[in-house]
Write a protein that binds this ligand. Structure first.
Ligand code: BGC
Length: 418
């Protein structure tokens, strides 16, 4: 990102000197990729809270699950010297943008509102660059979920698989009963999302941490990683021929409509069930991805604020940061989004069984040392590294005869990309 960023610094400076952005003082432009039914409903909550404070919300939504498209568009906008007021940026990327000196320091609002006291330390640390808050967290998503249609399981006469050993036999029976075992959208980030849950379920949290966070070469070359690729490859038999390019929410729709039995996806999928009026424990189940009970892959959405050229805009950005962490917003947003509040001091009254389970499992995993960052959702390693690893994973999944040994070598090499 370095070279591009030099151009960026020059153009931001030019922009500041010429006073040249298109935004008016009370406009708040927010870049995000929340465009599915549940996501859009959640984003609308932020819009309405900002409008109630007298700001004009400029929606900068870039469709594309996982946010790759949004990040590409963001870079173009920043390089051209016209960054949005706020953008959804997560994990280690916050450090990369912080190092470019283009982010606004949110310490003034963080101090007054005592963010250090209301956020889990692990989350607060991710939001800080050089000891200063430069991002505000929105929620906590769990990635290692499996979404289940119980009626399909009943019709097929099988139990929900709890391990990867149990999975193939269950999938076979579901297929024989005329259903798609696994709803999947063939897009690189969705392949990677499934892969990380398989790695966690096959190898456990310590192995996941060694291989996907510390990028330890021994772990990456291990037999456990080979087994993870074998299991992952076997899932090709459990998806349907129309999966290439399918959006994640359409795959969720297949579980909602009873066409498919399961989907491995983070709990933004729950937003789609909620939006469709479905009740957990009745119409659908949320269970940990096979083998990953007791572990929690976290994915925290956050907004960074880009330095703007007027005090009024800065005030608007602080108001936005403050709104994001207000209890009222944390509740309405997360109810629609499928995630749980990021504040540790909030009651979960009104949240459903999946949210309660997520909150409980988050605490338990934090205590047990099994809370791990999602690599597919940019929480674990720099974007260049996870992008290279994602390429290997998706190429493997899309080549039915791909060799596991070669994939393991390629993944280990990709993990060295910086
Ligand atoms: C984001 C979620 C979003 C999902 C699907 C994830 O990376 O963290 O907020 O709902 O992608 O687009």
């Amino acid at each position: 990102m370095k070279l591009k960023m030099q151009a960026l610094r020059v153009s931001i400076l030019g922009c500041l000197l010429l006073g040249g952005t298109a935004a008016s003082a009370t406009d708040i432009e927010v870049l995000h990729w929340w465009t599915s039914g549940g996501e859009a409903k959640a984003a609308a909550q932020l819009k309405s809270i900002m409008e109630s404070k007298g700001y004009t919300w400029k929606d900068f939504a870039v469709a594309g699950g996982g946010g790759e498209n949004a990040m590409t568009v963001l870079k173009t906008r920043v390089v051209s010297g016209n960054p949005p007021a706020a953008a959804q940026i997560k994990g280690p990327s916050i450090q990369e943008w912080g190092a470019e000196g283009v982010l606004m320091n949110l310490d003034p609002v963080a101090k007054v509102e005592k963010w250090d006291h209301m956020l889990p330390k692990a989350v607060a640390d991710i939001m800080k660059y050089d000891g200063h808050y430069v991002a505000v967290p929105v929620n906590v998503h769990r990635v290692n979920w499996m979404w289940v249609n119980p009626a399909v399981f009943k019709a097929a006469g099988v139990d929900v698989p709890r391990t990867w050993e149990e999975f193939p036999a269950a999938a076979k029976k579901i297929r024989a009963a005329g259903y798609v075992p696994l709803a999947h959208g063939g897009q690189p980030w969705q392949d990677f999302t499934v892969f990380e849950s398989v790695v966690l379920g096959v190898g456990g949290a310590d192995f996941y941490r060694q291989s996907m966070v510390q990028l330890d070469q021994k772990a990456l070359h291990s037999d456990t990683m080979k087994r993870a690729f074998q299991v992952f490859g076997s899932l090709r038999a459990d998806i349907d021929p129309d999966s290439p390019n399918r959006d994640w929410n359409q795959a969720t729709g297949m579980v909602i409509n009873g066409k498919a039995a399961m989907q491995l996806m983070g709990d933004w999928a729950k937003g789609e069930f909620t939006q469709a009026g479905k009740i957990p424990g009745q119409d659908y189940e949320c269970v940990a991805a096979p083998g990953s009970q007791g572990s929690f892959t976290f994915n925290v959405d956050s907004l960074v604020m880009f330095k703007q050229n007027s005090d009024d805009e800065a005030k608007g950005q602080q108001a936005l940061a403050s709104a994001v962490l207000s209890p009222a917003f944390q509740k309405v947003f997360n109810l629609a989004k499928g995630s749980i509040p990021v504040r540790t001091d909030m009651s979960l009254d009104g949240f459903d069984a999946c949210a309660l389970k997520s909150a409980q499992d988050f605490q338990a995993a934090a205590k047990a040392g099994t809370l791990v960052p999602s690599i597919a959702h940019q929480m674990a390693v720099p974007a260049a590294t996870s992008g290279a690893m994602q390429d290997v994973v998706t190429q493997f999944f899309n080549a039915p005869n791909a060799s596991v040994d070669e994939a393991v070598d390629q993944l280990a090499r990709a993990a060295q990309v910086q």
